[in-house]
Ligand binder design. Structure first.
Ligand SMILES: [Fe+2]
Length: 340
């Protein structure tokens, strides 16, 4: 991570005050929605979101009430976690489901395998990333564990989850307006304590040597469920999205530095419940140029989806026989990568 980002003064000695944060409701009409190339001043956010989801499954999101300072503080706490020894981080290592199982060291993940459908899967190298993944239940477990509860990352994660959930509920209102979907029906599957929400702090360490052939910081993939709300690294780039012409486009860092900006990816549930109207975003984290190997990168990722028992009914159709629930859909995806 670039040392400019780390400001120890921004890390509270005790984060207990964060639990009292009552995040102001975000007025969804005040969102500003941008495409990969930027924002169009004065554009209608619902129309922009619909266009972005139909053409890329990807959007940039700004709001006057985003709490930039809180996100920066979360970033600093997460960075301090990853800078600790491997032994310390392994205290958070669990043997639970893929992607939602505590700490994963570099070498433990090859996300591109979820995207390959051929025998070539096995040849995809591991990603150059380590991560801490926390669901609401896992945060609660760690909060009651003597070994973990005093670690600032746990209290910060609980507060960050609440902050992002607040942003999500407003975004879902905008999504309902954008697609002319029933707002109540769309939002009924979501709640703050469901394990279909998941925080993931992704840390891409500085590279000590060139990547192997085909190896990336994070390989090409789509996310599995609903919207992913991502607070990207403000200084170190790398996130790329495949556009409809088949070209990888990199997010312009100037867009992220100008104002507090979230990145939104639509996951694989969206094409199902919108009957193909909205698409999921194919994205990856590319390797740095050799002169930037010394720069680490940190992303704060919030995965979302409806509760596992939510029937995947088309949003625009009258009630019909559901084919799968959200939980069955996820199990199917996990089965493909061999961890279901
Ligand atoms: Fe992703």
């Amino acid at each position: 991570m670039n040392s400019l980002v780390l400001d120890p003064k921004s890390i509270p000695e005790s984060t207990s005050s964060l639990a009292r944060h009552d995040w102001k409701k975000l007025d969804h009409s005040q969102f500003e929605v941008g495409l990969i190339d930027g924002f169009i001043e004065g554009s209608d956010p619902a129309k922009m979101l619909d266009y972005a989801m139909r053409t890329q499954g990807f959007a940039l999101l700004r709001h006057p009430d985003f709490d930039e300072e809180f996100v920066a503080q979360t970033r600093a706490v997460a960075e301090n976690f990853f800078c600790r020894s491997l032994e310390h981080k392994k205290q958070f290592q669990l043997q639970t489901a893929y992607g939602i199982g505590g700490y994963t060291a570099v070498g433990g993940e090859a996300v591109g395998r979820s995207f390959e459908t051929s025998a070539a899967e096995e040849s995809i190298p591991v990603d150059l990333v380590e991560s801490l993944a926390l669901t609401p239940n896992l945060i609660q477990q760690f909060q009651t564990s003597d070994l973990h509860r005093h670690n600032p990352i746990i209290q910060q994660a609980e507060a960050y989850k609440k902050y992002m959930y607040n942003a999500l509920t407003s975004l879902l209102k905008l999504a309902a307006q954008a697609g002319d979907y029933d707002e109540k029906h769309l939002m009924s599957g979501y709640d703050l304590d469901s394990d279909s929400l998941g925080l993931r702090f992704s840390y891409y360490p500085a590279l000590a040597q060139p990547p192997t052939t085909g190896q990336m910081r994070y390989g090409a993939h789509t996310d599995f469920l609903g919207f992913t709300l991502l607070a990207p690294d403000p200084l170190v780039d790398g996130l790329e999205v495949l556009d409809i012409t088949g070209v990888w486009k990199r997010i312009n860092m100037c867009l992220l530095q100008e104002k507090s900006t979230l990145i939104i990816n639509a996951g694989d549930l969206w094409p199902v419940i919108t009957e193909g109207r909205w698409m999921s975003a194919i994205h990856r984290v590319a390797n740095p140029l050799p002169q930037h190997y010394g720069l680490a990168r940190l992303s704060l990722v919030f995965f979302t989806g409806p509760r596992p028992d939510t029937p995947l009914e088309p949003l625009r159709r009258a009630k019909s026989e559901p084919i799968l629930t959200a939980g069955q859909f996820l199990q199917k995806k996990l089965g493909i990568i061999g961890v279901g």
